[in-house]
Ligand binder design. Structure first.
Ligand SMILES: Cc1ncc(COP(=O)(O)O)c(C=O)c1O
Length: 384
């Protein structure tokens, strides 16, 4: 398929195109002599270690993290969330989450509920995706140890007040875990200013890096258990996983090629500026919403026009199947959107769309007004 054949409006799943230069950097690593980070002292292994550190340093700059070694690389957000949740939550703990969490938060929590015995409250969220801090205040119990919250709903696009949530959590001596799958590289994040103890992020969405990359920031004040145990190339004589970071959380040979690509992508995001990327995407969502709003049989999900939101717009067409709309957009018009439940059944319960899911169109750094116009024209054709 040629680039000119598609209008890609599924950036919330994974971004495309990636940042300029990402593919070149990855190809270069594959084509030149290269070793494995932490495995050996020869020049090629050391170079691989430097590549990994450079990406960590760029991510640290982007997220306001003091020590790049407090970031552990993972293969996606899901792995980062599993590392954080399974590494921190213990028997008898109470966890507070929300009704717009992705299955990558809900399923590890439900697994721990069933296997080790924890309790979880999913706080209600308004139909448009807003959070009530009073509900959070009331939810704390003596055994609460974690508040886990998505930064932005992948169905509604609403942005949750992380700084306020963290402040309340800390007043109760509770740690915060933020799922930044929909905001990393798209909406400003500063772990210090926002009081985030753990931040799970994808490399392959708004950071514009390759699939198979992601990470978890873990505050230096926390020691969580590793998810994987095995070779780190360090303290090999010890039977236990080393305490030193990032080795503690990165067992096995790293995805050096992907992480190099991610480093190049983050450099691009830093150069463009997250605020500028957000503004570009927000303007496009407003244009899309304005036009979709003119079609009486279309109902939009999430915040009203004019309100902050990440670059996605979910909608339904009266008495039409969301999957059929997405299928026709793809097959007839070459426009890629996503339909269905978006891995967030709780989010659909919140939005009142459990029956059939919704169509979600999500924009990215290269999406143009002309592409939005073509999308709107195609939707009008399909629904008329
Ligand atoms: C809010 C949210 N959390 C978690 C995930 C899982 O991300 P990944 O595919 O990087 O594991 C997604 C993916 O769409 C998401 O939107």
């Amino acid at each position: 398929m040629n680039t000119s054949d598609v209008i890609y409006l599924d950036h919330a799943a994974t971004s495309w195109p990636k940042a300029p230069g990402v593919a070149d950097v990855m190809l270069e690593i594959l084509n030149r002599p290269s070793g494995s980070s932490g495995r050996g002292n020869h020049a090629m292994a050391l170079q691989a270690g430097r590549t990994m550190f450079n990406t960590r340093a760029k991510l640290a700059k982007l997220f306001g993290i003091s020590n790049p070694n407090d970031i552990a690389f993972t293969s996606n957000t899901t792995e980062a969330l599993n590392l954080a949740i399974k590494g921190y939550v213990k028997l008898g703990d109470h966890v507070i989450a929300t009704m717009v969490e992705h299955n990558s938060v809900r399923r590890p929590l439900e697994f721990l509920k069933r296997t080790i015995g924890i309790s979880v409250d999913y706080l209600s969220i308004s139909e448009q995706g807003y959070f009530n801090l009073d509900d959070l205040q009331r939810a704390f119990r003596p055994e609460t140890r974690l508040v886990v919250c998505t930064h932005s709903s992948n169905l509604l696009g609403s942005i949750l007040p992380i700084a306020e949530i963290s402040k309340l959590a800390h007043e109760h001596g509770v740690v915060t875990l933020v799922d930044a799958a929909q905001t990393a590289g798209i909406y400003p994040i500063d772990v210090r200013a926002m009081g985030i103890d753990m931040l799970a992020f994808p490399g392959h969405k708004g950071l514009l890096g390759p699939q198979g990359t992601g990470g978890l920031y873990i505050s230096p004040e926390l020691d969580i258990e590793p998810l994987l145990h095995g070779g780190t190339g360090s303290q090999s004589e010890e039977p236990e996983q080393p305490m030193v970071r990032p080795d503690r959380y990165e067992a096995g040979t790293a995805n050096t090629v992907g992480i190099a690509g991610l480093g190049s992508a983050v450099a691009y995001v830093l150069e463009q500026g997250v605020e500028q990327i957000y503004e570009h995407e927000w303007n496009l969502t407003q244009m899309m919403m304005g036009e979709l709003n003119k079609i009486p049989i279309i109902s939009l999900l999430g915040p009203e026009l004019g309100q902050p939101r990440t670059g996605l717009v979910s909608f339904n067409v009266k008495e039409r199947d969301a999957a059929e709309i997405a299928f026709t957009l793809d097959r007839k018009f070459g426009i890629a959107v996503r339909a269905g439940y978006h891995c967030t059944p709780l989010g659909h319960k919140t939005a009142g769309t459990s029956a059939g899911g919704a169509v979600r169109a999500s924009v990215g750094h290269t999406t143009t007004k002309e592409e939005i116009e073509a999308f709107i024209a195609a939707v009008k054709f399909i629904v008329k």
